[in-house]
Design a protein around this ligand. Structure first.
Ligand code: NAI
Ligand code: MG
Length: 360
């Protein structure tokens, strides 16, 4: 049967950028004979307007049954006054929680034509293609005990870094599986020199690595890793790290390569019956109410999120490369949405203009 994809355009520029992905999906059917069973549904404010909830139970059930979910963005000023329980963001949070998406994937990819926009030197970032896998559902942001307590005559703020072996094992497996579809290198980052959780992290990742003899595994202390990430990021392929270090490292890595309108992401869960992980793909950016409805949004983050789905959920790595090569080509040819303008005298293309160029 065809691979199945649930599209949740959401709010603001979400539907605008998703329209360009739908055209690319149609292109794959017409020109490449690759057909997806695509269903579309509401999420966020759009779902609240229709059903009084940011994610209908039927939508949740659909998300659990498809090979991959592709989401645009949720939220907007219209919904700012809503009760917390029905805020648009809650729709996204429910998807992440009920699909148990414990591995957050943030690629840092630098297209040649944009290398001069980076704050780093061109040769450090040109052609960069690395993936940070951040553990997303455990660690110091969730560990107990936590709180602010009285101790003697002052207060103490407490958080607990806590990882079970199985939590480390599953995110490590996600990282090795990804590496098998990429450059076959994993670098694990922790602080085994000063943290017990780091010692366990290193042990478990090393064990998991034995199941992937083709993948070259290395370990780095996370502080040294941060330095290496900025010094020479091309030494990495897949980096796997915990929730806290991953938060910092992935934000830093994102800025190696330019605009928010270019950044895709994915969140992966446990393998399903077909062996592929549950997966939600989405651009990093939000619903951009300041430019919504003006045909200014850059669709590339959403297009690249779809490319990630091709590679990691549908085993269509060559087709993913085709999409990425098209993006690289149009940028090289000078097509720029307004968020990418830097040079004088360049007229920005619209959202669909960028879609046209990518399709061509
Ligand atoms: P945002 O990412 O929506 O926008 C930040 C800035 O980047 C804006 O100036 C926007 O115009 C620009 N921008 C973002 N995406 C762009 C694109 N594809 N092309 C061109 N320019 C782009 O973040 P902001 O303004 O903080 O949040 C707006 C709304 O989005 C809020 O309701 C927020 O809660 C929601 N949001 C939703 C997310 C999601 O659905 N995953 C993530 C972040 C925010
Ligand atoms: Mg962050």
């Amino acid at each position: 049967s065809n691979p199945s994809l649930l599209i949740l355009p959401g709010d603001g520029i979400g539907p605008e950028v998703m329209a360009e992905v739908r055209r690319i999906i149609a292109w794959f059917g017409e020109k490449r004979g690759i057909t997806f069973d695509v269903s579309e549904d509401l999420v966020g404010g759009a779902a609240y307007d229709a059903h009084g909830t940011p994610l209908h139970d039927d939508t949740m059930a659909k998300a659990q049954s498809v090979d991959a979910v592709l989401l645009g963005a949720v939220g907007g000023p219209k919904y700012d006054g809503l009760d917390f329980s029905v805020k648009p963001e809650r729709g996204l949070l429910r998807l992440r929680k009920e699909m148990d998406l414990f591995a957050n994937l943030r690629p840092a990819q630098c297209f040649d034509a944009l290398a001069d926009f980076s704050s780093l030197k061109r040769d450090v970032v040109a052609g960069l293609d690395i993936m940070i896998v951040r553990e997303l559902t455990s660690g110091i942001y969730f560990g107990e005990p936590r709180g602010i307590i009285e101790e003697g005559n002052e207060r103490v703020g407490i958080n607990t870094q806590r990882y079970t072996e199985s939590e480390i094992d599953r995110v490590a497996r996600s990282a090795f599986e990804l590496a098998m579809k990429r450059g076959k290198k994993v670098c694990s980052m922790e602080k085994a020199n000063v943290m017990e959780s780091g010692i366990l992290w290193r042990e478990v990742v090393t064990e998991v690595g034995k199941d992937y003899p083709e993948v070259e595994l290395s370990h780095m202390y996370a502080d040294a890793g941060a330095m290496q990430l900025v010094r020479w990021p091309k030494q990495f392929d897949v980096i796997v790290t915990d929730n806290l270090f991953g938060d910092l490292l992935s934000d830093a890595a994102a800025m190696l390569t330019g605009s928010l309108g270019m950044l895709p992401s994915a969140s992966l869960g446990a393998p399903m019956e077909n062996g592929r992980p549950k997966a939600l793909y989405e651009p990093v950016h939000g619903s951009a109410p300041d430019i919504a409805g003006q045909a200014k949004a850059n669709p590339i983050a959403c297009v690249l999120s779809f490319a990630m789905a091709l590679r990691y959920s549908f085993d269509l790595g060559a087709e993913a490369e085709r999409v990425e090569a098209a993006v690289n080509k149009v940028l090289g040819d000078g097509a720029r949405t307004a968020d990418l303008l830097g040079e004088e005298g360049v007229t920005p293309v619209s959202t669909s203009g960028m879609g046209d160029a990518i399709l061509a």
